[in-house]
Design a protein around this ligand. Structure first.
Ligand code: ASP
Length: 343
């Protein structure tokens, strides 16, 4: 129950959003995030209390790893009881991976966790950071009666609110850096902040929060391309201690039908490596058996990633392997939507 004005925790992990230009050297450098309200005095006008926590050493999101995912989850878990909503500031480069992983970590989430960042630093005249940050906080603070409006992990960027584990970074230059190709946006910021109630996850407040943090599995992303050969595929599938593969296939989940390819994939599956078929296409779904060129994969028991993004597939594969899901149930569990990450 929210009896008072909401309190929001800003978690700064690094990235462009928290940088200012050093006009002497012309380089971007991190500023002390505790001073965020000095940089954006408008934050004082918001109808919520804002606390901040920052990574001791903020990172470019290219350096993000599962250990940082766990660090973010620890902060959220530690403050979960007393905070009404979380805004996680991260670099955009790997934000979709991080936010997807956080979505799998928290079962029965009933409070908002909103990821955002920016393409230009907060100290830049034309920055997109202000709008992204202010609106992300407003979204995290939005209530529906006594309960938070949002109870899932989202990504807010350039006026659009997305389900985080459906997003992918599509531009390194445009302010509209993210897209959610296979799932409608959850909301939009215009003159009014509008939520798409039909697709928002229903907030259920009375279930205990479960947090899972084992993401140490060894996996690879194997992207097919015309001309990929037996030696390359063999070497990859024979990486010692490999647990899982996100196989990026063509179109609706299609792959070469050469016997060597089928045999290598089949052997890997029989050796206990979990292989998920994800499409290289930005939108659409894997449909095993739709073409002859995916029938062979269907027969040997490849897991269908359906319309999941590669980012989310990486996070889900690591999550489920970390959970020690038994081999005979793994395919079924992976193919089941757990946090709205697939249709
Ligand atoms: N390289 C930066 C990062 O991902 C870009 C950004 O902040 O958007 O950390």
């Amino acid at each position: 129950m929210l009896a008072k004005i909401p309190n929001i925790l800003l978690i700064y992990t690094g990235g462009t959003i928290g940088m200012v230009k050093d006009y002497k050297s012309n380089a971007l450098k991190a500023f002390n995030f505790e001073q965020i309200k000095d940089k954006i005095p408008e934050l004082n006008l918001l109808d919520c209390e804002i606390d901040t926590v920052s990574f001791d050493a903020p990172i470019d999101s290219s350096n993000m790893s599962p250990k940082h995912w766990v660090k973010i989850a620890d902060i959220i878990e530690c403050h979960y009881k007393n905070i009404d909503g979380f805004v996680v500031l991260s670099g955009t480069d790997t934000m979709s991976y991080t936010a997807s992983a956080i979505s799998f970590m928290f079962e029965n989430l009933s409070k908002p966790v909103i990821f955002t960042g920016s393409q230009l630093p907060i100290g830049d005249l034309r920055t997109d950071a202000k709008e992204n940050l202010i609106t992300a906080i407003q979204i995290a603070a939005t209530q529906d009666g006594d309960a938070p409006k949002i109870g899932e992990v989202c990504l807010y960027f350039e006026y659009k609110l997305y389900r985080a584990n459906r997003t992918t970074k599509v531009s390194s230059e445009q302010f509209e850096a993210f897209n959610s190709p296979n799932f409608p946006q959850l909301g939009e910021s215009g003159v009014h902040l509008i939520f798409n109630d039909n697709v928002l996850k229903k907030v259920v407040e009375n279930k205990p929060l479960i947090v899972r943090k084992n993401f140490e599995a060894n996996i690879v992303i194997l992207k097919l391309y015309p001309g990929i050969n037996e030696q390359i595929v063999k070497n990859i599938l024979e990486i010692p201690n490999l647990n899982g593969v996100v196989l990026e296939t063509y179109g609706a989940g299609n792959a070469p039908t050469d016997a060597w390819f089928t045999n290598l994939i089949e052997n890997a599956i029989n050796n206990g490596i979990f292989i998920v078929n994800v499409s290289q296409c930005i939108s659409g779904s894997v449909i095993l058996g739709h073409y002859e060129t995916s029938n062979h994969l269907k027969k040997i028991g490849i897991i269908s990633g359906k319309d999941i993004t590669t980012e989310s597939a990486v996070a889900k594969l690591k999550y489920l392997i970390g959970e020690n899901i038994p081999a005979n149930k793994f395919k079924l569990v992976f193919e089941t939507p757990l946090r709205g990450e697939m249709s």
